[in-house]
Design a protein around this ligand. Structure first.
Ligand code: SF4
Length: 162
């Protein structure tokens, strides 16, 4: 017989939102939110869809090339992204854009994780890069309490991820 689930443990939920139609996707999100509320359950939700993150998360962490490049309260990160990759992701969605407007896709492709470029991994694709960006991996910077971005251009306290 199986032990009853421990709902106080965190659940890691990885799903492929692209495989679901919009109606099923909404139903799944509503169900997950209900489970969170009723069971007091923490959840790590892995998605490529920032719109889904906005619906379900309190806190978001944006990853690029295997590293967290920005994190913080979901509303703050999505409204005022501090890292150029997050800003690029938000600009490359059709949600909230006029129909006639072309999507501002991020140029280039993600790097080969076995051969990361020197310095900031996003530098080859970053429209704001400067020469120093290729010297070392940027330390996390905190423009506001609880909001982190690993980018040389971000002003704020420099720290470490715990
Ligand atoms: S550190 Fe430089 S290359 Fe990296 S995201 Fe910031 S500006 Fe762009």
């Amino acid at each position: 017989m199986r032990d009853p689930p421990d709902y106080h443990e965190q659940a890691v939920h990885a799903r492929r939102s692209t495989a679901l139609d919009a109606t099923v996707q909404v139903q799944v999100l509503i169900l997950l939110r209900r489970l969170q509320r009723e069971l007091g359950m923490g959840m790590i939700f892995v998605t490529h869809d920032l719109g889904v993150a906005a619906e379900i998360a309190d806190t978001v962490a944006v990853m690029y090339a295997g590293r967290i490049v920005e994190s913080g309260p979901v509303a703050r990160v999505l409204k005022t992204p501090a890292h150029p990759y997050t800003a690029g992701l938000l600009a490359s969605t059709v949600h909230g854009q006029p129909r006639e407007r072309d999507i501002d896709a991020i140029p280039g492709s993600p790097p080969d994780l076995r051969r990361l470029p020197p310095g900031c991994s996003f530098a080859p694709r970053c429209p704001r890069r400067i020469a120093d960006c290729r010297r070392s991996v940027p330390d996390p910077r905190f423009p506001e309490t609880g909001h982190m971005a690993a980018c040389l251009l971000v002003t704020g306290a420099i720290g470490r991820l715990s």
